[in-house]
Structures are given as structure tokens and as C-alpha cells.
Design a protein. Structure first.
Length: 232
């Protein structure tokens, strides 16, 4: 790989299908930078929750949120202990806090707001200007980097995705209810796929990976083979 031009890799797909695990592993193997765009929308959501911009009933104070948008700066820093990047909101590590069910339950309506998308898309494009990145999300191959050289669209069955997310929450010691996790991911997929700005959809030139019945090593192998094919 040495000396070769570094490409841009976009990994999009449904919620909780293991995109971030595969994107992180791929980036580490090929020496690219990994960027979790979903973490950025989670940071916007956490900011809104902390600042009273989301009411009990889930309604969002859009005009105040838009006014305060310039206050949100998201960055990533490698955690030496885990070997993976942690997410920072205005300099504070929020890696754990953005993964709670409470943030998950508000994130898709927040991510559907045009001013939130415009701000995050601009930050993502700035991070990926030089290539050499693997970015995962919903609209990376369609809206953020439509010219990405390698695009992957990942999916798996609802129940398998819910089980994976449930196991992940339990492993982290968080309270989780399988039916709630399943309902949350279905609802997020619905909102993500039907929103007006940059909805979740498969790019025409994306390679589809259904990893319902694949192990992590198998999916990593699939990605590396594709990467090698596209860069050889
Ligand atoms: O971890 P999971 O795949 O369930 O979600 P995530 O990647 O952390 O993304 C959280 C939410 O952010 C998604 O449900 C989308 O509503 C939103 N999102 C988005 O709109 N566009 C992206 N590029 C990434 C995430």
C-alpha cells in the first residue's frame, strides 16, 4: 500500500449493523483515519439535551438550537488504552455519554434538522479533504463524499441488529431492554430513510454487504478484499 494515493472510503447503512466496528478495524489495518459521523450527530443531541433544547415530549426548540449551533465543535482523539478514537464535544470526552439509549432516542430527529446536517457535513468534509479516511454513517457516499472511491452499504436483519446493540449495551453495564432497543432502531431507520435532507439510501455505486450471518473476521476479510481490488 505504501506510496499509493490514499482514497476515501464511505461506509453507510442501517443503525446498529456493526458499521463502526468494521470501519475502525479497516482503518487500523490499512493505516487510514477513522471518523464516526454518527458520533457527531450524537454530540449535537447531547448538547441539545444538556441545554434544555429538547422538551420532555421530544419537541425541539429549533430556533434556539440553530442560534447555538456554532458553539458545537466535535473532535476525535486516539485513546491509547483502547487503541480507538474517543469523541470530544468542545474538548470534553463524551464517548460513553453519547452511546446511551436516551441519546439514541433523540438523535434521529436532531439529525434530520437541515442546519444540523449543514454544520456536520461541513466539519466532515473538512476532516476528509486529504483522503486517507474511512467514514461511516448514513449519507457519506451520497451527500458528504459522493466521489468516494470505495462505497459500502451495510445491512443485516432487524432482530440481529437489535441483539448486537443489546449485547453491546449490556457489556458496557448499561440498562437495556431488547424490545426497546429493537423499537428504537426501527424508528431511527424510518426517520433516517424518510427525512428530506440527505436521507439514508444506498448509493448507486455502493457495494452491498449483508453481514447478518458473518463473523467480524469474515466481514473484515470481505472489506480488505474489496479495498485491495479497488486500489490495485
Ligand atoms: O450506532 P448506530 O449505527 O446505531 O448509529 P450512529 O452511527 O451512532 O448514528 C446515530 C444517528 O445519527 C443515526 O440514527 C442517524 O439518525 C444519525 N446519522 C445521520 O443522520 N447521518 C450520518 N452520517 C450518521 C448518523
Amino acid at each position: 500500500m505504501n506510496g499509493k494515493k490514499k482514497i476515501t472510503i464511505a461506509i453507510d447503512g442501517h443503525s446498529s449493523c456493526g458499521k463502526s466496528t468494521m470501519a475502525k478495524d479497516l482503518a487500523r489495518t490499512i493505516g487510514y483515519i477513522y471518523i464516526d459521523s454518527g458520533a457527531m450527530y450524537r454530540c449535537c443531541t447531547l448538547f441539545a439535551m444538556r441545554n434544555g433544547l429538547i422538551a420532555e415530549d421530544g419537541s425541539i426548540d429549533e430556533s434556539e438550537f440553530e442560534r447555538r449551533m456554532p458553539e458545537i465543535q466535535v473532535s476525535f482523539k486516539l485513546n491509547e488504552a483502547t487503541g480507538r478514537p474517543d469523541t470530544y464535544l468542545n474538548g470534553e470526552c463524551v464517548e460513553q455519554e453519547i452511546r446511551t439509549m436516551e441519546v439514541s432516542s433523540h438523535v434521529s430527529p436532531v439529525a434530520a434538522l437541515p442546519f444540523v446536517r449543514a454544520a456536520m457535513t461541513a466539519q466532515q468534509q473538512a476532516m476528509g479533504r486529504e483522503g486517507g479516511i474511512v467514514m461511516d454513517g448514513r449519507d457519506i457516499g451520497t451527500a458528504v463524499f459522493p466521489d468516494a472511491e470505495m462505497k459500502v452499504f451495510v445491512t443485516a436483519s432487524d432482530e440481529i441488529r437489535a441483539q448486537r446493540r443489546y449485547d453491546e449495551l449490556v457489556a458496557k453495564g448499561q440498562k437495556a431492554d431488547f424490545d426497546e432497543v429493537l423499537a428504537n432502531l426501527r424508528e431511527r431507520d424510518r426517520i433516517d430513510s424518510t427525512r428530506e435532507v440527505a436521507p439514508l439510501r444506498q448509493a448507486d455505486d455502493a457495494y452491498v454487504l449483508d453481514n447478518s450471518h458473518m463473523s467480524i473476521p469474515e466481514q473484515n476479510q470481505w472489506l480488505i478484499e474489496l479495498f485491495d481490488k479497488l486500489t490495485s
